[in-house]
Write a protein that binds this ligand. Structure first.
Ligand code: BES
Ligand code: ZN
Length: 455
C-alpha cells in the first residue's frame, strides 16, 4: 500500500490538472445547447478510462446523454465493485455572482472553484486516480471494478434506469460505491447511510383568457395568482407538517437510538444559521435540524411565476400563475404514490373559478442502508486510513435517484463515501471542492479497494 500512497502523493499535481481539464467542459445536462459538451465530456472520460488501463471502455448513446462504462475484471476470485458517478452538472446561473468563471477552474486557498467541482466530477474522479495508481504501480487491482458514469443525474437519471435494467447481468457486483455526498464537516470523514427521495411537481392555475385590467375586472373573476398562493399555503400547516392525506403513512419513524446518534454530532446551530444568513431556523415541530433535513419529508416551492414581475407597478389580473413544487421523501415513502396524493389533494383545494393542470417532473425513491453491511464497514476502515480520522455515520437530505434503483435491480445497497463539504456551494454560484479532500479521497478509494480484497 505504501507504494500506491507514494504514487498518489507524487502525482497529486498532475491529478489536479487532469481534473481541471474535465471541469473546463460545460456539461450542463438540462440545457439542449450543451449536447455537444455532454458528448465531449463522455469521450474525455472514456479516453481517461482507456488511458488508465480499463477494458471494454464504451460510450453508450441514450435518448438523452451518453453513459460511459469500463471495467477491469482481472482479480479472479475477488469481489467486484461497481463505481458510479455523474459527469453532468447544474446550470451556472446566476453567472454574475461567480467570483471566477464557472468553467475556468481557479484555485483559491486550497479549493478549486468551478461548476461540477464537488458535484460530482471532483468526487468520482478520485476513483479514477486510485485505479490508475494501482494499474501503473502494480499492473493489477486488488478487486474487480466496473465503472458507470452517467450524464443525467441532475435531471433524474431516467435513461440510466433503463440501462441498468437491460444490463443487469453485466453490471452485477458485490458492492456499489458512490462519492456524491458531503462530509459532515471539515476533517470529518463521513459515511452516508441514508438519502431522501424526491417528487417534483409543476402546478399551473389558469384564469381569464388574457391578462385583465385589474380596475375594470378586479373583483369579478378569481385571480389565478391569489388562488395559487392559497393552495400553496394550504399544503403545509403551522407545525410544518404537510397536509396531503396519507403523506406520512409510510414514513419509517426515527428510532431513539438514531435520534441519540444524530444529537451526538457536533452541529453548531447558531453558526449554521449565521452561515445560511437566516434570522432563525424553521421546520417541522418536534424535530431537530438534523432530523428535519435527514429523516423527515418536506414540501417546498422551488419557484413561482406569473403576472407582472417587471419594474414598477402594473395593474392586472394575470391570466395564469405557475409554481414548481417539490417534496423530499424519506424511507419508506414512494415517489409515485406521493405524486398521486399531491395531485388529488391539490385538485381538491382548487376552486371551480379557475382551471388547474398538474405536471410531474422527475422523481426518485429514498434510500437507507444497513449499517452492518461489510462494504460499509470496509469503507469506514478505508476512510480512517485516507483521512487519518475515524469516520462518522450520517444521513443526508439530498437525493441520488439511481441509488434506490441499484438497490432494487442489483440487490445491493450503495456505499456512499462522499468527499464534499457542506459549504461547497453545489448547485449554487462559486461551487468549489477542497483539494486536500480530493487527495484524501483518492487515498481512501485506494484503501477501500484493498480493504475489500482482504475482507
Ligand atoms: N450530489 C447531489 C446529491 C446530494 C446533495 C446528496 C446533497 C446529499 C446531499 C446530486 O447531484 C443532486 O443534486 N441530486 C439531485 C437529484 C434530483 C435532481 C433528482 C437533488 O438532490 O436535488
Ligand atoms: Zn447535484
Amino acid at each position: 500500500m505504501q507504494e500506491i500512497r507514494n504514487f498518489i502523493a507524487q502525482n497529486r499535481g498532475r491529478f489536479e490538472q487532469e481534473l481541471f481539464e474535465l471541469l473546463r467542459i460545460p456539461s450542463v445536462s438540462n440545457n439542449p445547447d450543451h449536447k455537444a459538451d455532454m458528448e465531449q465530456c463522455a469521450r474525455a472520460l472514456a479516453q481517461g478510462m482507456e488511458g488508465m488501463g480499463l477494458k471494454k471502455v464504451s460510450v453508450h448513446p441514450t435518448k438523452g446523454h451518453p453513459i460511459v462504462t469500463g471495467e477491469w475484471m482481472g482479480a479472479e476470485g475477488k469481489p467486484t465493485v461497481l463505481i458510479y458517478g455523474h459527469y453532468d452538472v447544474q446550470p451556472e446561473d446566476p453567472i454574475e455572482e461567480w467570483e471566477s468563471p464557472p468553467f475556468e477552474p481557479t484555485v483559491r486557498e486550497g479549493q478549486v472553484y468551478a461548476r461540477g467541482s464537488v458535484d460530482d466530477k471532483g468526487q468520482f474522479y478520485t476513483h479514477f486516480k486510485a485505479i490508475e495508481a494501482y494499474l501503473r504501480v502494480k499492473h493489477s487491482l486488488p478487486v474487480n471494478v466496473k465503472l458507470v458514469i452517467e450524464g443525467e443525474e441532475e435531471i433524474g437519471s431516467e435513461n440510466l434506469r433503463g440501462f441498468i435494467k437491460i444490463h443487469r447481468e453485466s453490471l452485477k457486483a458485490d458492492y456499489i460505491l458512490i462519492s456524491d455526498t458531503p462530509m459532515f464537516g471539515r476533517g470529518m470523514p463521513s459515511l452516508c447511510y441514508g438519502l431522501r427521495g424526491l417528487a417534483y411537481m409543476e402546478v399551473e392555475v389558469k384564469g381569464p383568457s388574457r391578462d385583465l385590467h385589474s380596475g375594470s375586472f378586479g373583483g369579478a373573476v378569481a385571480n389565478p395568482a391569489n388562488v395559487l398562493a392559497r393552495i400553496i399555503s394550504a399544503l403545509v400547516d403551522d407545525n410544518g407538517r404537510v397536509t396531503i392525506p396519507g403523506f406520512y403513512d409510510d414514513v419509517i419513524p426515527l428510532t431513539d437510538q438514531e435520534r441519540k446518534e444524530f444529537a451526538s454530532l457536533p452541529l453548531d446551530e447558531a453558526a449554521y444559521q449565521k452561515e445560511l444568513g437566516v434570522p432563525s431556523l424553521s421546520g417541522e415541530r418536534g424535530f431537530t435540524t438534523l432530523e428535519r433535513v435527514w429523516a423527515r419529508p418536506t414540501l417546498d416551492v422551488n419557484g413561482i411565476m406569473g403576472g407582472f414581475t417587471g419594474e414598477g407597478a402594473k395593474t392586472i389580473i394575470p391570466a395564469s400563475a405557475k409554481a414548481k413544487i417539490s417534496m423530499r421523501l424519506v424511507p419508506n415513502q414512494d415517489s409515485d404514490k406521493i405524486a398521486e396524493g399531491f395531485e388529488a389533494h391539490v385538485k381538491k383545494l382548487c376552486p371551480p373559478t379557475v382551471t388547474i393542470t398538474i405536471q410531474r417532473h422527475h422523481g426518485g425513491n429514498p434510500f437507507l442502508a444497513p449499517l452492518d453491511n461489510p462494504g460499509i464497514q470496509a469503507a469506514g476502515r478505508a476512510l480512517e486510513k485516507g483521512f487519518e480520522k475515524r469516520p462518522v455515520f450520517i444521513r443526508e437530505g439530498g437525493s441520488i435517484p439511481i441509488v434506490a434503483t441499484f438497490d432494487e435491480i442489483l440487490g445491493k445497497p450503495c456505499i456512499l463515501m462522499g468527499f464534499g463539504l457542506p459549504d461547497e456551494n453545489s448547485h449554487a454560484p462559486n461551487e468549489k471542492m477542497d483539494l486536500d479532500n480530493f487527495y484524501r479521497g483518492i487515498l481512501s478509494s485506494a484503501h477501500f479497494l484493498q480493504e475489500l480484497a482482504e475482507s
